[in-house]
Design a protein around this ligand. Structure first.
Ligand code: IMP
Ligand code: MG
Length: 179
């Protein structure tokens, strides 16, 4: 699998070192507030598991399943909620976890939807943020790493549902990506 990468951007040791820092920041910020984490499936699963075990606070965990990429490289622009019942967010401090902030469509659609259910606060935490212009005014409060605008896989991120279980994050070889 790793042979399919053109380049490794972050190895496992680098990722978990950064997770230690983000977890410490989140733990400090939410020490007096009850935290509800909402992980966006499937991309944030590996990140979520490693991050949450570094946060020694009482917290609730919910998941939300959305689709916007439909398996390819480009976002379809439309976000489909696969789950009918939304997690209970009323009066709660919500931390949304996602793998990557790309166009921002996913995060802003989810934020908007959850906002209608009267949470006390919403913050966003992403493992990766692509440095690019965004049409959607979406940003994250906690960011693992900023990266160039390239297609990456591993550590939860997929290409056509593959590579999620790679322990590192890397750029896929161009010849493996259908254009
Ligand atoms: P956005 O709505 O364009 O911000 O895209 C968010 C979703 O698209 C992420 O949660 C990922 O599932 C997927 N995505 C965006 N960029 C990449 C990438 O480089 N590799 C793998 N998945 C990506
Ligand atoms: Mg995906």
């Amino acid at each position: 699998m790793q042979a399919d990468l053109e380049r490794v951007l972050f190895d496992q040791a680098t990722i978990v070192r950064r997770l230690d820092e983000i977890a410490a920041q989140i733990s400090s910020d939410y020490r007096d507030r009850e935290l509800t984490v909402i992980a966006i499936l499937n991309g944030s699963l590996i990140f979520m598991a490693d991050l949450l075990r570094r946060i020694p606070l009482p917290l609730r965990l919910d998941c939300l399943s959305v689709a916007s990429y439909l398996g390819g490289l480009q976002t379809s622009g439309e976000v489909i909620f696969r789950q009918i019942a939304l997690p209970d967010v009323a009066g709660r401090h919500i931390l949304l976890l996602d793998d990557i902030l790309d166009s921002g469509t996913t995060i802003s659609a989810i934020r908007e939807k959850l906002q209608t259910a009267s949470p006390k606060s919403i913050r966003v935490c992403v493992l990766l943020r692509k440095l690019k212009e965004r049409k959607q005014p979406a940003d994250a409060h906690y960011i693992g790493f900023d990266i160039a605008d390239e297609f990456v896989v591993g550590y939860g991120l997929d290409y056509c549902e593959r590579y999620r279980n790679l322990p590192c994050i890397g750029v896929l070889k161009k010849e493996l990506v259908a254009s």
